[in-house]
Design a protein around this ligand. Sequence first.
Ligand SMILES: *[C@@H]1O[C@H](CO)[C@@H](O)[C@H](O)[C@H]1NC(C)=O
Ligand SMILES: *[C@@H]1O[C@H](CO)[C@@H](O)[C@H](O)[C@H]1NC(C)=O
Length: 484
Amino acid sequence: MATPNFSFSLRFLLSPSLLLLCLLCSLKKGYAYEGRETTESHHLQQSHVVQLSSLLPAAVCNPSTKGTQNRRASLKVVHKHGPCSELYQGNAPNHTLILLQDQARVNSLQSKLSNSNQDNNNIHASAVTIPAKDGRTVNAGNYVITVGLGTPPKQLSLIFDTGSDLTWTQCQPCAKFCHAQKDPIFDPTKSASYTNVTCNSPLCNDLTSATGNTPGCSTSTCVYGIQYGDQSFSVGFFGKEKLTLTSNDVFDNFLFGCGQNNQGLFGQSAGLFGLGRDKLSFVSQSAQKYGRAFSYCLPSTPSSTGYLSFGKGGSGGGKFTSLLMNSQNPSFYFINLIAISVGGQKLSIPASVFSTAGTLIDSGTVITRLPATAYAALRTAFRQGMSKYPTAPALSILDTCYDLSKYSSVNVPKISFFFSGGVEMDLDSSGILYVGSTSQVCLAVAGNSDDSSIGIFGNVQQKTFDISYDVAGGKLGFGPGGCS
Ligand SMILES: *[C@@H]1O[C@H](CO)[C@@H](O)[C@H](O)[C@H]1NC(C)=O
Ligand SMILES: *[C@@H]1O[C@H](CO)[C@@H](O)[C@H](O)[C@H]1NC(C)=O
């Protein structure tokens, strides 16, 4: 029974200002592009012929069937604001806003990483701040899956995120706030299998590394709080519940956040599915069954589908690069980017530019960020390859844009990313161009302000590849043609 004392402490624990305080205290701790005279056949080899229509999402969903066979557990992956998603409301995405949110996430990741390296209390590093609002009006450029929670299982659409660990969903009674979501809000009292984690359970302490915040306690129930780069946050009870991916893939006692105060840019989704590598992530909690292996394919447009599968069996194209562990940032997946080519020509970027900054792969960052020197070289070469097309104004953080409204097909220079271990990732054309509209089609890569901030390999560049994470084996594979 709720005593006045309890409701006071609950309200206190669920207040965002307390969470911010906790966050504050926890934070203490000669490129030369050889201008080539290309013959037509050579040119065709080194460029993609792109039908502009193929980059635009269709009005109806055209699902892919690949990935759902021969795998232990495969879930459909859809883009949050396309016709394949039940969260889609038919409105055109605001690309300026998506890219601003993306920059906010990147600022937050970079400041987290530099804080743990240098211990400089740098919370105001973000140049861009986004008002955290009711999620109905905003769209983040992210991907969602649907899972079943509870007994009987209730379907929930969750954003999947390799850049965070804790899985959470909004829960009744939404003591403080729940954003609008498409699925009915999960009600633990209607499930036969929900239990609270107590404050004195060692599991409660695991929240500190999974969320970056010390857990709270409310009448002996463990309370989590997590804030994301764009100032979205979720606070609530830490619970255990039955999680159902498919009829053969059921997890009793899955640890998750039962959110009582959830505000921010989650769209119509019910919450977040954490695929980082820390202890509380789904990858770690399902390690016995899947051996810390998973793979996904992100579709080329929001009107097609991809998959997220668990267990080994991702094709990976046979080529793997090392997954690097950074003990100060144990959640993130670091990889060794070593070179980039444009139109078949390797850019002459000193290897130290990539190795100094380091690179992580993230499903929740939209646009790849490169060290300033590397991006400058890429941009110069790409502009040369696109010189016959009329330019267009910058789209937020994307500074290399073209007006292609008068063309039905264009020649776009191929771009490859090279990773240690002999992996060449020849980007799909959907991974090269970001289409604001046909009159504003941009190179989908951005530069960091210097060469010291971490590089991030974002989800646009990952499109259409089967990306296989063998976390236990310490390797990551890229297989082309993953979704189709
Ligand atoms: C898109 O978002 C930006 C940034 O929040 C805002 O300034 C702009 O008015 C929005 N555009 C539309 C059409 O809503
Ligand atoms: C979980 O703990 C909260 C806070 O103490 C309480 O309100 C809720 O009823 C508990 N739920 C269950 C199923 O025990």
